[in-house]
Design a protein around this ligand. Structure first.
Ligand code: SF4
Length: 75
């Protein structure tokens, strides 16, 4: 059975929440009996995205409230 894990792939300081946040990828690792298969990336999220989505302010693409702003691209 494949294993699904959320792993941080990038970190940035986000001014919207005044803290460090992580861009995470949902990795799907193959079952043990398929060791030659590389892991796949199923999805991305911000570690603080759910809280930003619920705080009532427009924030960024990862919270789904501002498609024109991606704090992880502003490094
Ligand atoms: S969801 Fe966007 S605004 Fe909120 S902490 Fe993450 S990067 Fe910053």
């Amino acid at each position: 059975m494949a294993t699904r894990l959320w792993q941080p792939i990038n970190i940035c300081y986000c001014h919207h929440v005044d803290r460090l946040v992580a861009l995470e990828a949902e990795m799907i690792y193959p079952a043990e009996w398929l060791p030659d298969q590389a892991p796949r990336i199923a999805a991305h999220r911000c570690s603080h995205g759910l809280d930003c989505n619920l705080d009532g302010r427009a924030s960024c693409i990862w919270a789904g409230t501002n498609p024109n702003l991606d704090p992880f691209q502003q490094l």
